[in-house]
Design a protein around this ligand. Structure first.
Ligand code: ADP
Ligand code: MG
Length: 345
């Protein structure tokens, strides 16, 4: 037994602090390890191209609740969130492995449903399931997926490449996955209090769908390739826009301003936020799980994408000393705080 004064609680470090602590103890020894810990995927030099590898784990009770998460959607989402990390490097995913820890609570039919979703995602993203591991669990379902992809050496996009005056771009709309989660959690409570009540989800189809059926924006990676644009930096939005902007700014050594009136959202997200008495900006900035792409482009590339219907220009990169700010609708810059998700808090 160690003295309790030697003990450091993980929540004191937080998720990112813990990752920094782990990575600080390791130095890469192999010259083909181009990028280790710290980006959306590791980057390995394969001679002709770079290989990308990313792993994400989904844990029952932390990342999903099986009382409202259909297993086929869970299978799809487990693949999509990993493919999204390959997309965030400007790469194309090609293979996945899927590892499961499950209890005897699960039937063959349940596992079949899960793999139906995995298969649908393999079709949608053109990836092959090439392996995995299966083991027993006493504490619910744990899913670990690894995605492998590739990118041309000159086209990899790191979190660290944003340059002064670059334009900050974001795809799709933000905050809906978080509001969808609020709806699902509320309906679960209603059901627990009165099991005869049927969930009322009709008017929330879009936002609930964004939570249960996220898509990796592999389509955008292909489009950027076709347009001959290599983003100067890129990250996918898993923890929330503000948190991801902090990763880009910190790793690129820059500051940035984003503009409230440019932030993309769906009206269904706004309506739900108002109903839940939440500021829609909170969902947009800190909601997470939208799996859209956040990236920067040089001013010279703007002409090629300025009319793209699904790319939104939300601000500019500037000096580090400027810090990170949200310029509100009345023109005031306010410091952008990164709340994001922290599962250890
Ligand atoms: P993302 O949200 O894009 O999946 P994470 O925040 O999970 O990224 O991870 C950031 C970086 O830290 C990645 O390079 C990831 O591989 C690495 N990482 C996370 N957890 C660990 C760990 N336990 N050991 C080593 N590396 C880790
Ligand atoms: Mg990521």
């Amino acid at each position: 037994m160690s003295d309790s004064s030697d003990r450091t609680e993980i929540k004191k470090l937080g998720e990112f602090g813990l990752i920094d602590k782990i990575s600080g103890n390791f130095i890469n020894k192999n010259s083909n390890t181009v990028k280790g810990i710290g980006d959306d995927a590791a980057v390995l030099d394969m001679g002709t191209h770079y290989q990308l590898i990313s792993t994400d784990m989904l844990v029952e009770g932390i990342h999903f609740d099986l009382s409202y998460f259909p297993l086929h959607h869970l299978g799809y989402k487990s693949v999509a969130v990993n493919v999204s990390d390959i997309a965030a490097m400007n790469g194309i995913a090609e293979q996945i492995t899927v590892s499961l820890a499950l209890s005897n609570r699960f039937s063959l039919e349940a596992i079949d449903a899960f793999y139906e979703g995995v298969k649908a995602a393999c079709e949608a993203y053109n990836v092959d399931l090439v392996g995995g591991d299966t083991t027993a669990s006493k504490a619910g379902l744990v899913i670990s997926v690894t995605a492998i992809g590739k990118v041309e050496k000159g086209k990899v996009a790191y979190r660290s490449g944003a340059k002064l005056n670059d334009i900050i771009c974001v795809t799709g709309d933000l905050g809906a996955a978080y509001m969808g989660l609020q709806v699902l959690e509320r309906e679960k409570q209603v059901f627990l209090e009165n099991p005869d009540m049927q969930p009322q989800l009709d008017k929330y189809t879009y936002i609930v769908g964004r939570q249960l059926k996220p898509e990796a924006r592999m389509d955008l990676v292909h489009e950027l390739l076709d347009l001959n644009i290599v983003p100067s930096s890129m990250i996918d939005i898993s923890d929330g826009l503000a948190s991801e902007l902090h990763h880009i700014a910190t790793q690129s050594g820059v500051g940035l301003n984003i503009h409230e009136d440019k932030l993309p959202f769906a009206s269904a997200m706004q309506e739900a936020a108002i109903e839940f008495k939440l500021d829609p900006n909170t969902a947009i900035l800190n909601g997470g799980e939208d799996y859209e792409l956040l990236f920067t482009i040089s001013q010279g590339d703007f002409e090629k994408v300025k009319n793209h219907p699904d790319i939104h220009f939300i601000g500019y990169i500037n000096e580090k000393s400027n810090g990170l700010n949200l310029v509100t609708n009345n023109g005031n810059p306010i410091p952008l705080k990164a709340q994001g998700w922290d599962h250890f808090s």
